[in-house]
Design a protein around this ligand. Structure first.
Ligand code: AVJ
Length: 310
């Protein structure tokens, strides 16, 4: 993988540019510092947050059909691997020769890999940092059958145009072999969606606000978390959950070399989480260049797992 690690000043520039836009925003990739990664893990245990457990149900109920659709797996590339739990759950059915765990934060990955390697000594394992906003290339894996795994509806963070580009990139890297096993959240009753992003315990709120603590460290900024509140809502027109931080008062935030004034109720956009219909999602994969798609869902049609062959 040839992604370069961004130097801190480039990350800072990206964040500052976002904050100074007319509609301030922070990329959701900045959620996942160490605390953020653990808070997200906590979210996946919440009653209201159905995606993780529903995807797990689908994967285990249809594991035979899924592995039959995939066939031989030489290299399993786990995009946004996190704690590697979902990726390693595929080991027994896919039997990959090699496992590549890719994510933004390498620290989190390496801990997970260390434990896994003992349990599965026969599988070659490697942890790599990777920002999916950049192009994927795997010069060391040319000619090998690659199965990409992108679970959890992480694809929902991309707008459909960017998702299409990622699919095209994966198809190109696959070079006529292998494919993509991907999970995506489906459009459903807005009340169910809104509850999933506004949980009673406030874990999602903490996850959202933690992005500001991460920025305080990255930028040496001085966001005061007491002055910001979590706001998440399903936008039916755009078929996406939109997540924001709302300024509860007039305030200024500063960092070395700059500052930004926020009005009462001014919003910082932190995340889009797109939801699809099965038909729209399969169409997008085919538009990206995949030759065939096959999907599995749960009885309530809350979540979709699709294998797209390159
Ligand atoms: C990791 C992007 C799939 O959109 O549901 C969970 C992130 N944000 N709760 C999602 C998230 C708030 C999650 N993804």
């Amino acid at each position: 993988m040839s992604q370069k690690q961004l130097p801190d000043f480039e990350l800072s520039k990206e964040i500052i540019d976002g904050l100074l836009q007319e509609k301030p925003s922070i990329s959701p990739k900045f959620f996942y510092d160490e605390i953020g990664s653990h808070l997200f893990e906590a979210i996946t245990f919440l009653e209201e947050y159905y995606p993780t457990r529903t995807e797990k149900q689908i994967m285990s109920q249809y594991s035979k059909e899924i592995s039959a659709a995939i066939g031989v797996c030489d290299v399993l590339l786990d995009l946004g691997a996190g704690n590697c739990q979902k990726g390693s759950a595929l080991f027994s059915s896919l039997k990959p020769r090699e496992y590549r765990a890719l994510d933004i934060s390498k620290e989190f990955l390496e801990k997970a890999i260390l434990g896994l390697q003992k349990e599965f000594p026969q599988i070659m394992m490697q942890a790599q940092t990777c920002d999916l906003q950049n192009e994927l290339t795997f010069p060391d894996l040319v000619g090998r059958k690659k199965i990409f795994f992108y679970p959890g509806s992480s694809i929902g963070n991309f707008d459909p145009d960017a998702a299409l580009k990622l699919f095209q990139n994966i198809v190109q890297v696959c070079d006529g072999d292998g494919g993509l096993l991907i999970g995506v959240d489906l459009i459903k009753d807005p009340e169910v969606l809104n509850h999933a992003y506004n949980d009673m315990l406030g874990i999602t709120a903490a996850f959202n606000k933690n992005i500001l603590l991460h920025l305080n460290r990255l930028l040496k900024a001085n966001f005061d978390l007491r002055c910001w509140e979590h706001y998440a809502v399903f936008n039916e027109q755009s078929a996406r959950i939109e997540m924001y931080l709302r300024s509860m008062r007039q305030q200024s935030v500063s960092w070395p070399g700059g500052e930004k004034h926020f009005e009462v109720n001014e919003l910082i956009h932190t995340e889009n989480s797109y939801k699809y219909t099965q038909a729209k999602f399969e169409d997008l994969l085919v538009s990206g260049g995949f030759k065939t798609v096959r999907s599995w869902t749960d009885p309530q049609s809350y979540f979709l797992v699709t294998y797209a062959a390159a």
